[in-house]
Design a protein around this ligand. Sequence first.
Ligand code: TRP
Length: 326
Amino acid sequence: MAIYRNQTGTVEPATTSFYKDVVQGLSASPKYLSSKYFYDVIGDRLFQQIMQLPEYYLTRSEQEIFLMQTKALAKPLLHRFQQFDVIELGAGDATKSTHLLQELANAGKSFTYFPVDISANVIQLLEKEIPERVPGLQVEGLNGDYFEMLEKCYQVSKRRKLVLFLGSNIGNYTLEQAEEFLLELNDHLLPGDLVLIGFDLKKNPKDILAAYNDRTGITKAFNLNLLRRINEELDADFDLLQFDHFPTYDPITGACKSYLISLADQEVRLGDQTFSFARYEPIWTELSQKYSVQEINEMAIHTGFQPVQNFFDCRHWFVDALWEKS
Ligand code: TRP
């Protein structure tokens, strides 16, 4: 059996949760793979390229909101709180939030920015870079589980909280999972705390499909990279030429799903197991849920929040929704 190398040394692939999740997904009917495994070094790089695609409007729409409406975003926070902390779940490179942090710092507030991310690399980088971008800002990176880290923030400081969950991260959850996540988030906050959440909005289905099916094939390469990663790290033999990328969008439910389609009857080995694929059998790899403004407001109420203000880009393709814990 091939050896799987991770940052802590070498381990048998069959003992990793990556392996177990892949086996579980490929044993299910219909088959699926978790989108959290897209993001290895190559996947990260391909996603950077996706964000540059003319068709992929999501990043630019939210970027526009943070760039053009920075003062409006800061206002409700400055009005309500004398002292506060800003927590960002899944901070990534924090490009968007930096605009807001800058504005809050300019307003003369002293506060701490807690970026939370499951990638230790990301946290290390942010702790170095953010103080360079916003001089004087206190940054305390937290590497780990969202809710455990949120509890840590309250242990460190009793100040009011603004929690950022941007970039349509919430779209990767099903509607039920999103509600569950928001209820748990609500449970970890105190009344009056604020959350700012990015939602991709329902729009012309053609514009949505184009964003997940660019002509240059980068999105296809990104989806297929999951199989390449499984080959490399889990000792499998997927033939990447025998799978195709296929996105769908249902304008009624707002579910945008990506699949990998088996182009032949084939068997794939994974460690000492074999998985059979029928010709045209799909593997579901990603959900990117789109919402209406009404659905977003209802979701807030259902999960113990009060909608405060919606911030839209100029086309109304994306919204950052500001809610207060009731
Ligand atoms: N989660 C991102 C999104 O839903 C990532 C993504 C963009 C993606 N394009 C994709 C995932 C294509 C799978 C396939 O927007």
